[in-house]
Design a protein around this ligand. Structure first.
Ligand SMILES: *Cc1c(COP(=O)(O)O)cnc(C)c1O
Length: 387
């Protein structure tokens, strides 16, 4: 489905680290953090070993814990909601808007008002079961889906009105811009992921960005076994984790960041080829871009199929021609353990479920050639024509 875009420079950088005794907690992690912070114009960057661990650390650093309610989206990769469950917080899902698939900010405002009011007004938004007594609204967790930032101005208004922190899951959107501002830097803290299919990869890896020194300090402590500044190796002020990024990974990421404009530019070009190749297919809708998105950072290439298209059969037909295509996303609220714990049902979030049913991710990466994109489009067209 995807392929990392690696050059000789990345291979050399990793080899160089392996030639030293310094494989962890060394200069490469610091350099990697610095290049991202500079590029985005953010005060603090904290590298971790996955996007998921970055989100988890932020949940704790923002003071979200046992029984707290957090408004988030069910149309995402499962990790954005899982990190709330890790801390026994309650995900309060609201549906997304049908164009971008990003969280519906009117619903966020309504939910925040209802949840703050309490009683019946709150119950309307909370999961059917699995909600401990005595909880209250403690944060917003929007996701920048498919490389396009959520609509942050209304989100910030709601957050301000209710005194809530915003944790931005920007794991799909490094380099994207919202009204000229950098994705990941739009809330109190943002998180990027560096799995091999992301715009920038470190193998496994992630990174937290924030202008809040308190959040950065706590994140640094939590990723490093709970050692606060000044703690020795065997002193642990907090319950922490080993969420550190190693030096080989950071060295790889550092070179990727040096090539950042090139990497994004190549992905953009592939997306353009797809848009041209798919324009002639009436059963295929490409991702609509929001007016607030001043730069998309192409992460995946997800199309929406007309309701009458049998997606499973289409995937099968493409597979037979050696072309992988996958559903993306599967609604989080309908994952088995969410259903078991919170009692979600089909129909709870209709826009998410509709997008979930009709979305199809096509092969996508910055190293795809125009011919490869053309081949995918031709085979897709043929499979659709066959029905
Ligand atoms: C990739 C991704 C993550 C983090 O994934 P990791 O594999 O843990 O790095 C989190 N949220 C979303 C929306 C993602 O796409």
């Amino acid at each position: 489905m995807s392929s990392p875009d690696l050059s000789e420079a990345e291979r050399q950088a990793v080899l160089e680290v392996v030639g030293t005794p310094n494989l962890s907690m060394g200069p490469k992690v610091a350099a990697f953090e610095q290049i991202v912070a500079r590029r985005l114009g953010v005060q603090h960057a904290v590298a971790v070993n996955s996007g998921t661990s970055g989100l988890h650390v932020c949940v704790r650093a923002l003071g979200i814990g046992d029984g707290d309610w957090v408004i988030t989206t069910p149309f995402s990769f499962v990790a954005s909601a899982n990190v709330l469950l890790y801390e026994r917080a309650v995900p309060v899902f609201v549906d997304v808007e049908p164009q971008t698939g990003n969280i519906d900010t009117d619903l966020v405002a309504e939910a925040a008002a209802g949840l703050t009011k309490g009683g019946r007004a709150a119950e309307r938004w909370l999961p059917r079961r699995g909600v401990p007594q005595g909880g209250s609204l403690k944060g917003l967790l929007p996701v920048d889906v498919f490389g396009q930032p959520a609509d942050f101005d209304p989100l910030k208004r709601t957050a301000q009105q209710h005194g809530l922190p915003i944790l931005e899951d920007s794991c799909e959107a490094l380099g994207a811009e919202y009204k000229g501002l950098q994705a990941g830097c739009l809330g109190d803290a943002g998180v990027f992921g560096f799995y091999p299919n992301k715009q920038v990869t470190t193998g496994e890896g992630g990174l937290i960005v924030t202008d809040r020194a308190d959040v950065a300090d706590k994140a640094r402590a939590l990723r490093n076994q709970g050692r606060a500044p000044g703690d020795t190796w065997l002193e642990h002020t907090y319950l922490g984790y080993n969420y550190r990024l190693d030096e080989m990974s950071a060295a790889l990421g550092l070179v990727q960041m040096q090539r950042f404009d090139e990497l994004l530019g190549k992905r953009e070009r592939v997306a353009e080829w797809y848009a041209e190749g798919l324009a002639r297919l009436p059963q295929v809708e490409t991702l609509p871009l929001a007016a607030t998105t001043t730069r998309v950072s192409w992460f995946v290439y997800v199309i929406r199929l007309a309701p009458e298209v049998d997606r499973t059969a289409l995937i099968h037909a493409l597979d037979g021609e050696g072309i992988p295509a996958r559903p993306y996303f599967a609604p989080i609220h309908l994952q088995k353990f969410f259903v078991d714990q919170f009692g979600f049902q089909p129909g709870d979030f209709p826009v998410t479920e509709d997008l979930g049913r009709r979305s199809l991710a096509l092969p996508f990466s910055g190293v795809m050639t125009q011919d490869q994109v053309g081949l995918v489009c031709d085979r897709l067209a043929a499979a659709l024509a066959r029905g």
